[in-house]
Design a protein around this ligand. Structure first.
Ligand code: SF4
Length: 297
């Protein structure tokens, strides 16, 4: 059995940047708080925690006055910065520049739409950190939708702007947008409607979908490595599975099952934009041990 790791899988630049910032800070002071998981990958979080990173949740922030906290790539609403300032904390802001640009756009359009009685629709996961960061940018009427059914409670007879969480599927975003347009056309009774659609899925993710599909198609079986909390991981896993039914999801080498490797000559190992390279290598090594194969770096 030949094992190949997908060259293009692994951390996106926003996550690389956040981890670099954390590691620089840890080298200086040996400890750093991180508000929420720095990356949706338990193995990588544990590696950084061994170096002194302490992951805390939002309700715990108040008990860390005066300390240094890293805000991760997903971004935060303004209320988090205000709270950190009130507590006299130093902030290491690792918000991804792509997310930052999106937050600014939501803020700017939110102010305009609020004045016009309009609304913002965000295609994303309710409760996801990035979505919470976006919702916090504006007091304009705003909705988070995951499916077309979620549009039911929205009034469409007013100006609307659509945004997508950066890691969502561009194809699904387009189908949400066309459902919004249809409803607005019905509500206004005309073709031309005051709808603005912002292309805010991240290229690092949308390009990955096509590339990973080609990788999955080129192998007899695929081991998809990702943390269970990663929405990008779920999306890319579904893409691989759609192309290659022998795609198996795992978060660590220990979860591998020998029957996944039966009859496989070319095995592919790939992962999400939150999957560290070292973890994919560990999975490839484990597969090689189980099947007495070799893998290409
Ligand atoms: S997926 Fe894109 S937007 Fe999200 S952190 Fe990575 S580079 Fe930034």
């Amino acid at each position: 059995m030949k094992i190949e790791i997908d060259e293009k899988s692994g951390f996106c630049f926003g996550v690389v940047r956040a981890i670099d910032m954390a590691e620089r800070e840890l080298s200086k002071r040996g400890q750093l708080l991180c508000l929420g998981d720095i990356v949706h990958n338990g193995e990588e979080v544990m590696r950084l925690e061994r170096r002194g990173l302490q992951t805390i949740q939002y309700p715990e922030l108040d008990s860390h006055a005066g300390r240094t906290v890293l805000l991760r790539a997903h971004g935060e609403p303004p209320s988090t910065y205000e709270q950190a300032q009130r507590l006299g904390m130093s902030v290491v802001d690792a918000t991804c520049p792509v997310v930052l640009a999106l937050q600014r756009k939501v803020k700017e359009r939110g102010a305009a739409l609020r004045a016009e009685g309009g609304a913002i629709i965000i295609f994303g996961k309710n409760g996801h950190a990035e979505v919470l960061g976006l919702l916090g940018q504006t007091e304009c009427d705003r909705y988070v939708v995951m499916t077309i059914a979620d549009l039911e409670s929205i009034a469409f007879n007013r100006p609307i702007d659509c945004f997508s969480q950066t890691t969502m599927s561009p194809t699904q975003y387009l189908s949400i947008v066309s459902a919004v347009r249809e409803r607005m056309q019905r509500a206004f009774g005309r073709e031309e409607v005051p709808l603005q659609v912002h292309a805010t899925t991240c290229a690092q993710v949308s390009n990955r979908k096509q590339e990973i599909g080609m990788f999955a198609a080129a192998h007899d079986a695929v081991l998809f490595v990702s943390g269970v909390k990663s929405s990008n991981g779920r999306m890319l896993y579904q893409e691989c599975l759609g192309v290659n039914p022998r795609t198996f999801f795992l978060s660590s080498p220990d979860e591998m099952r020998i029957e996944w490797l039966q009859g496989v000559e070319r095995l592919g190992v790939c992962g999400a934009t939150s999957t560290p390279r070292w973890l994919m290598e560990a999975v490839a090594r484990r597969a090689a041990e189980l099947a007495e194969g070799s893998y290409e770096r």
